[in-house]
Design a protein around this ligand. Structure first.
Ligand code: UGB
Length: 598
């Protein structure tokens, strides 16, 4: 009470709110006025931020926390009354007529889309010291995930504007959600690389705030153990992206500019953009308000399952059920074996890869009602079975894929399933944990993430008629992976399967030991036989036809131990490095037509 005198009127209001919501413990250790007054006022700067960044303010946060903590203590099932079943969606097969049709529809639409990347997570499971966006997606080129994402968006933008002729050149907006853990390093990565070719005005960073930690079932806020004039905070989860987008005002700006779609994606999936055009085509053709990308899921794999939930009162929703909740839900609703594979060898529930496509109009309408608040959950680690005290402080969390939970049952919510080899290869697990993944389940490591890109590129080229040797099996960092030829191309070379087919012709073949890097747009492969390493660099206005036989010693994969700290972290985390023994490098730096055929 005595300390109120040193505070401003706004700060006094906040102090009263905290006292009324039972948070007197925050002030118990405060000395008399005159001691640490500046620090006490700074404490309220933090309270002001926490209050402003949560829909409904801190009082609402505390209220929700009490309810969720009571439910958790009572062991209440969040899916009480709901029965799960497998929802229906669009299952696509890469390269068939249906896929090509959806890809074309997607390219048409993409100029009306905005992309949102959630990149506020530190990636504790991966244990990498840098930000995940800065990790190389492949080591042949060293292209990091952020560069790959930006080049992919730019390539889609160009392809869309070419298809819809006569329209002005659109600039697709790109938002990155960061956090205190990732913001400065993300900005630095962009600025030191000239935004990887994107216009800086196209890119917007939105920083998510952490939320207050809770000490007990009564939702008492925790004092920071290192600073008694601060409330301890922890990340709130990727669900923050909705309230941030809403409060930024961007959604209305996009709507006024005629945009129709918002695409959300995660920080380390090097395959994703191969699936985006077709998935967006499905959204626009089927008029899905919410479309989740999905891949076949192995039972117990650490990705959520897309599930139709039907309530006893008739309500239904199609929603992700998180991987740790799916098994108990199934067991509680008559599926005695829980989360198990069916006769296909996969879980019957499609795996959520957290790539969402939302229709902008209905999205804005919904957020206007909710302010972007997403249904939260709490996951306290209790000291014992009495569930009266916690091992360490907890906090409320939310997930971006829970957005449909507040929608009316009439909302058009669907999913688009594709093969995992085409759409999903995240880098989430450190080498030691990856090596312990049950055989047959994906490793989701830097090793498997990179190998998956070579595999997908090889399979796509095969489908386009190129003869590609079978892979060999090799073990890196304790993980057995298929090693295909190390083929990569810049996204602008081909953003769809149709475009790829136009770029390869005749009888092309690539041996397993080969590496091929294509940088440039108008590069055509015709009757090329490659057994070694080939690097093609070509400027925008050059048209290059590459054929004939290319043979050299090539680039060799050498084993590296993930514990060898003399090797850079980016390299040892994948368990191999590339020894560039011999290659043919072709550079076309002037406009014109060129033909290479040794
Ligand atoms: N992220 C943020 O931006 N802010 C945060 O506070 C936290 C994360 P994880 P997770 O695709 O395999 C999700 O940690 O949450 C970003 C789905 O919930 O990699 O364990 C972070 O930077 C799950 O259903 O994944 O699991 C990253 O880009 C399944 O789909 C993204 O959010 C799983 O991903 C995901 O964070 C998966």
């Amino acid at each position: 009470q005595k300390n109120l005198a040193i505070l401003s009127p706004d700060q006094i209001e906040l102090a009263k709110m905290l006292l009324e919501t039972g948070q007197s413990n925050l002030f118990e250790h405060w000395p008399e006025p005159g001691v640490d007054d500046e620090k006490k006022r700074n404490f309220f700067d933090q309270v002001t931020r926490l209050n402003a960044s949560y829909p409904g303010g801190l009082a609402s946060y505390i209220q929700t926390a009490r309810e969720l903590l009571a439910d958790s203590k009572a062991g209440k099932n969040p899916f009480d009354g709901f029965t799960p079943s497998v929802p229906s969606g669009e299952n696509l097969t890469f390269g068939d007529g249906n896929f090509v049709k959806f890809e074309e529809a997607g390219i048409r639409e993409v100029r009306n889309a905005a992309f949102v990347l959630v990149a506020g997570g530190l990636g504790e499971r991966l244990g990498y010291n840098g930000i995940k966006l800065a990790l190389p997606s492949v080591s042949t080129t060293g292209t990091c995930f952020l560069q790959h994402y930006i080049e992919s968006i730019l390539a889609l933008q160009d392809a869309s504007c070419r298809l819809v002729q006569g329209k002005y050149q659109t600039q697709i907006p790109f938002v990155i959600m960061t956090s205190d853990d990732t913001h400065a390093r993300t900005l630095e990565l962009l600025e030191s690389n000239a935004y990887f070719g994107m216009k800086p005005t196209q890119v917007k960073l939105l920083k998510q705030e952490k939320v207050a930690c809770l000490n007990d079932n009564d939702a008492k806020l925790a004092v920071d153990p290192y600073n008694k004039y601060r409330i301890q905070t922890k990340p709130h989860g990727h669900g923050d992206v909705h309230s941030l987008l809403y409060s930024s005002g961007l959604l209305n700006l996009w709507h006024d500019a005629g945009l129709k779609w918002v695409l959300f994606f995660q920080d380390t999936n090097g395959l994703l953009f191969k699936a985006i055009p077709a998935a967006l085509g499905v959204s626009s053709t089927k008029q899905y308000q919410v479309n989740s990308l999905a891949v076949p899921r192995k039972a117990k794999e650490a990705i959520g399952g897309i599930t139709k939930l039907t309530h006893a009162d008739g309500r239904t929703m199609v929603i992700n059920v998180e991987y740790n909740q799916l098994d108990p839900l199934l067991r509680a609703t008559g599926y005695g074996d829980g989360d198990v594979n069916c006769e296909t060898g996969y879980s019957p529930f499609p795996g959520n890869i957290n790539q969402l496509i939302l229709e902008l109009g209905p999205y804005i309408k919904e957020l206007t009602k909710t302010g972007g608040a997403i249904k939260e959950f709490v996951n306290p680690k209790y000291k014992d079975s009495s569930k009266t005290s916690f091992k360490s402080s907890t906090r409320l969390e939310c997930m971006m894929q829970d957005y449909p939970k507040t929608l009316l049952p009439s909302a058009r919510v669907g999913f688009t399933a594709m093969d995992a080899w085409l759409a999903y290869a995240p880098v989430k697990n450190n080498p030691e944990d990856a090596a312990k993944v049950p055989k047959g389940n994906p490793y989701h490591s830097a090793t498997s993430g990179e190998m998956a890109i070579y595999r997908a590129n090889s399979l796509i080229l095969r489908k386009a008629g190129v003869q590609i040797d079978d892979p060999v099996l090799q073990v890196f960092n304790g993980q057995e992976v298929e090693v295909w030829p190390r083929i990569t191309w810049e996204p602008k070379w081909a953003v769809t399967f149709s475009e790829m087919r136009r770029k390869v012709g005749g009888n092309c073949s690539i041996s397993q030991k080969s590496t091929m890097i294509i940088k440039g747009r108008h590069v055509f492969l015709e009757d090329l036989s490659l057994d070694g390493a080939l690097v093609i660099n070509s400027v925008e206005d050059a048209e290059v036809k590459v054929g004939g036989s290319v043979q050299n010693k090539g680039w060799i994969l050498e084993h590296v131990d993930h514990k060898d700290t003399s090797v850079p972290e980016e390299v040892r985390t994948r368990g191999f490095r590339i020894n560039k023994v011999e290659q043919l490098e072709m550079n076309y730096s002037e406009p014109g037509k060129f033909c290479f055929n040794p």
